[in-house]
Design a protein around this ligand. Structure first.
Ligand code: GDP
Ligand code: IMO
Ligand code: MG
Length: 428
């Protein structure tokens, strides 16, 4: 029988705990594939008493016998990728087979420089708060059709020609617009050739690899990065990342069609966080935000920045379910809410046109939308040891059931702590 594809996507503003959910289900899948984003991602996995933060490697990399794919939709920072691989190799934990698409674009040193310069020039009020990993400028070159792809690193002549062309323009921009020193061709060329040599054993055809796995009846898990509300089209534009973090990105970013997708798993925290600028309707007051940040350890896995914190926004979550056709939800960090008297959830917005339960990423909508909260009773018990739904305090069960009712899909996994075994599985 033909195998199937499952997709796992962030349902909020990123950092929902995608890495840990991939880790929790990786043992039952055969292939784990990243399809968009780059080293702006930081996916945390705590396993066997050790914490790993993956920026580019799929979170299935710790599992022997699995195939991990970095698809054409990803932008690859070779230094970062080689560092991650090297660290795992040193620990003898690079257990999966890795394949990198030759068509994935390479984040070049000038992309990172330009990311920083563009942020500086946007100034206060316009700044996106990017991770400065060169993501936006790299995708710009991809769309402008001048980008350098992983396959180009393997061909010296092509690389020389493409790099020379790119540097000519980038150096004009760096020196004339940003008043910076131009970059030297020789150094980057040598570095890029070395990347090519080191990456060449991993370069392959990801679409074909997935098709073969499906023909053999295997299960392929797509690992999203960022989240629906950071999606370039469906997120809170312009405060978004430069790729499609929603389901469509999974198809174009790997070269697959939709007919084999049998399950779209959303991942959401039991509350909300956001790193960087942009609208966040259910952002909490300072006292509550500090409490959530302390309890949840809400500091960015990539930049270490404190995350903005707020209550669960079910208007936004229903939207994430809709734009991705999510079929189930993994709810993480429920344990963080233990100890609250009352928990607030946003169930609608008041806008100039009245009350609405429909989210829109448009800035005109979000600038004036005010959240309306429902108040639910909290619980005091520590739930870190709970492994069944029934063993959760009554109020925690009610909270989960309330969310399910509003979003219309089942919650099939609940995170009750950051360790690998601290999950309640309800069908995932
Ligand atoms: P990702 O980018 O979506 O993979 O998420 P991050 O790794 O950036 O952030 C999620 C953080 O929450 C990490 O520090 C995880 O270790 C932690 N985490 C994930 N699930 C849970 C959970 O159920 N409970 C607690 N307390 N922490 C969790
Ligand atoms: P994971 O995969 C949370 C945010 C940045 C910034 C905006 C644009 O770990 O969930 P970029 O560098 O992508 O141009 O920045 O997007 N951002 C993330 N926030 N988690 C992420 O990834 C993010 N990747 C980017 O903070 O607001
Ligand atoms: Mg993260």
């Amino acid at each position: 029988m033909r195998g199937k594809i499952e997709a796992l996507l962030g349902a909020q503003w990123g950092d929902e705990g995608k890495g840990r959910v991939v880790d929790a289900i990786a043992s039952r899948v055969d292939v784990v594939a990243r399809f968009q984003g780059g080293a702006n991602a930081g996916h945390t996995v705590i396993a066997e008493g050790e914490k790993h933060i993956f920026h580019l490697l799929p979170s299935g990399i710790l599992f022997p016998g699995k195939t991990c794919i970095i698809g054409n939709g990803v932008v690859v920072d070779p230094d970062q990728l080689l560092e991650e691989l090297g660290e795992l190799q040193r620990k003898h934990k690079d257990r999966a087979r890795l394949i990198i698409s030759g068509a994935a674009h390479v984040v070049m040193p000038y992309h990172k420089l330009l990311d920083g310069m563009e942020e500086r020039f946007r100034g206060v009020g316009r700044r996106i708060g990017t991770t400065k990993r060169g993501i936006g400028p790299c995708y710009v070159d991809k769309i402008s059709r001048c980008g350098i792809r992983v396959e180009d690193l393997l061909n010296e002549d092509v690389l020389r020609e493409k790099l020379a062309y790119n540097l000519e323009i980038k150096n004009e921009i760096l020196s004339k617009v940003y008043n910076e020193e131009p970059l030297s061709f020789g150094k980057i060329f040598e570095q890029a050739k070395e990347w090519g040599e080191k990456l060449s054993p991993f370069v392959g055809d990801c679409s074909l690899e997935i098709e073969r796995a499906l023909q053999q009846g295997k299960t392929v898990l797509l690992e999203g990065a960022q989240g629906t509300l950071l999606d370039i089209d469906h997120g809170t534009y312009p405060y978004v990342t430069s790729s499609n973090a929603t389901i469509g990105g999974g198809l174009t970013g790997l070269g697959i069609g939709p007919s084999s997708i049998s399950n779209v798993i959303g991942v959401a925290k039991a509350y909300c966080t956001r790193v960087g600028s942009g609208p966040f309707p259910s952002e909490a007051d300072e006292e509550t935000a500090n409490w959530l940040r302390d309890r949840g350890g809400e500091y960015g896995a990539t930049t270490g920045r404190p995350r903005r914190c707020g209550w669960l926004d079910l208007v936004a979550l229903r939207y994430a379910v809709r734009v991705n056709s999510m079929t189930m939800l993994a709810l993480t960090k429920l344990d963080v809410l233990s100890g609250l008297e009352k928990i607030y959830v946003c169930t609608s917005y008041i806008t100039e046109k009245g009350k609405t339960e429909n989210f829109s990423g448009g800035s005109a909508f979000l600038e004036q939308a005010k959240p309306v909260y429902e108040e639910l009773p909290g619980w005091q018990e520590d739930i870190g040891e709970c492994r069944t739904f029934e063993s959760l305090p009554k109020e925690a069960r009610k909270y989960v059931e309330f969310i399910e009712e509003v979003i219309g899909i089942p919650i099939t996994l609940i995170g009750v702590g950051a360790e690998r075994e601290q999950v309640i599985k309800r069908g995932l």
